[in-house]
Design a protein around this ligand. Structure first.
Ligand SMILES: Nc1nc2c(ncn2[C@@H]2O[C@H](COP(=O)(O)OP(=O)(O)OP(=O)(O)O)[C@@H](O)[C@H]2O)c(=O)[nH]1
Ligand SMILES: [Mg+2]
Length: 490
């Protein structure tokens, strides 16, 4: 059990039970340390710089800000309230631009050392407000977990003001160290530029983007080394413009802690082949090494990521825009050495390796199946895909607004969630079969209708029936966006 006074700093043991009685809301509810006016005045002192100004300097993202000092520390730190529960130290850590401590910083049911985490740009302010509003309404408003915002540039005053006023827990604003968002010396930058400017990559989503590549490398290799993250064991990644369509009745952090789960997701997706042409081969050089091999669990999730026992990659990955994980997974030398090996191979820049396939291959090889969990009870949507609980009782209790027939697991033609369920032997949701069969019937009827129309067409034109051979092989790139009502494994 860990209780911090404002002057103590302790390393908590893993996942203590519920927090002690005296941290109930009555005791911990006290006046906020800063009024809105005071916060604004503090932020003005930080020196709000536009991104254009930030770009002018030599690459140091802190240049000209209040953090541009030897310790990279904000001297105008907000004092932590007495009796603060969590792993935070009183002093700001390096690269922490700002911290807003709320009066609702505690909740007796909270898992200590767990946080929401968002990498985001200033210009995505209104998109991230949407995500915060949804998650606070559906979950965090009653839990008050901390929320870390991370940026490769200093956050604007407006960003800090608006996001911190919507988050119910403590809001922390971190800046990515320059070394984590720039080229390592072994990368040939001319070659990287040629790749981005090639016709081949101009046809791929974000294929021509330089910042996207830094972002993927950062999420694969660095975010868990940011000093702010030292204060946490568990994180839940949240991106701009995501939706949660049911109340989240069971705290996923508690689920992770109670069950020893290391990695949790909602949607599994297929990667664009062009972006990862050599990722599998490069990964298998590492995992095929005899010293590494003998340290892997005898049962892992290889069958989730490969359909031929490891010879090739089937493109399935945990869609990492939603990700709840234990940071020890990434800090484990087994993963650290893996991602370092990938980094030296250059594919983050010479191809466009995403953090999602990198995390997925790492986690699937290193973990036992029962250490990975699909949160079927969380209704989550981002861009082209969404999930919905296949459990009619839960649907009502959690006041859901999604359509279970559109749930990604049963409706996607990519089949990656189904592959995970098969490989992990995780139990399906209570009404999985009901909805699976409904979609199967719809699909059969549609096919019958198509067949009838073809026959009638042939009769009408009097032509003889020519049967052309249909190929079911679809390139992964063509599958994106084919969500509800798509093909099924039968
Ligand atoms: N600070 C910062 N954050 C970024 C940058 N590029 C992307 N991000 C964040 O990184 C996360 C992933 O970026 P997205 O652009 O959403 O990439 P994606 O999820 O692969 O693409 P979509 O499917 O279009 O959402 C999001 O939280 C973004 O806000 C960047 O250059 N700087
Ligand atoms: Mg996204």
């Amino acid at each position: 059990m860990v209780v911090l006074t404002s002057h103590e700093q302790v390393t908590p043991t893993a996942f203590p039970e519920r927090l002690p009685e005296h941290h109930d809301s009555e005791k911990i509810n006290r006046e906020p340390r800063l009024t809105v006016e005071e916060l604004r005045a503090e932020l003005e002192k930080l020196g709000d710089r536009s991104d254009d100004e930030a770009d002018e300097d030599t690459g140091n993202p802190l240049h000209g800000t209040i953090l541009d000092n030897e310790k990279k520390t904000n001297p105008n730190k907000a004092p932590l309230p007495e009796g603060y529960v969590g792993g935070m130290t009183e002093d700001y850590r390096p690269y922490e631009q700002y911290r807003v401590v709320k009066k609702t910083y505690g909740n007796s049911l909270k898992i200590p050392r767990a946080t929401l985490f968002t990498l985001v740009r200033n210009e995505e302010l209104y998109d991230i407000l949407v995500s915060i509003e949804r998650l606070e309404n559906r979950f965090n408003g009653k839990m008050n977990y901390d929320w870390i915002f991370m940026n490769d540039k200093p956050f604007s005053t407006e960003f800090i003001e608006l996001t911190s006023s919507m988050v119910s827990g403590t809001a922390r604003y971190g800046i990515v160290p320059y070394e984590h968002w720039s080229y390592p010396e072994w990368i040939d930058q001319n070659k990287a530029q040629a790749v981005r400017e090639s016709v081949k990559f101009s046809r791929v989503l974000y294929g021509s983007s330089e910042s996207y590549r830094h972002m993927c490398r950062y999420n694969s290799k660095f975010f868990y080394h940011h000093p702010i993250m030292d204060d946490y064991d568990l994180y839940w990644r949240v991106e701009p413009n995501v939706d949660f369509m049911c109340d989240i009745l069971e705290d996923p952090f508690r689920y992770m802690a109670d069950t020893g789960t290391q990695y949790g997701f909602t949607i599994a997706f297929q990667e664009f082949y062009t972006t990862v042409e050599t990722l599998w081969k490069t990964s298998m050089v590492y995992f095929g090494n005899s010293t590494i091999k003998e340290q892997l669990p005898t049962r892992n999730l290889l069958d989730f990521i490969s359909d031929d026992n490891g010879r090739s990659y089937n493109m399935c990955h945990f869609w990492s825009n939603f990700e709840i994980a234990n940071l020890t997974l990434w800090r484990d030398p087994m993963y650290e050495n893996f991602v370092d090996h990938l980094d030296h191979a250059g594919g983050f820049f010479y191809e466009r390796w995403g953090d999602a396939p990198v995390h997925s291959i790492g986690a699937s090889m290193i973990l036992r199946p029962e250490q990975v969990h699909v949160f079927g009870n969380i209704a989550y949507k981002h861009t082209v895909a969404g999930t919905c609980p296949l459990d009619d009782d839960l649907f009502k209790r959690a006041r859901c607004t999604c359509n279970p027939r559109g749930d990604w697991t049963i409706s996607s033609v990519q089949h990656c969630n189904l592959k995970f369920l098969r490989a992990s032997k995780q139990q399906k949701m209570k009404d999985f079969n009901k909805y699976f069969n409904i979609l199967r019937q719809v699909k059969l009827k549609k096919n019958e209708g198509k067949k009838r129309n073809t026959m009638q067409g042939h009769k009408a034109t009097g032509s003889s029936l020519i049967v052309t051979k249909q190929t079911n092989r679809v390139h992964p790139q063509n599958l994106v966006g084919e969500g509800a009502g798509g093909g099924l494994i039968v």
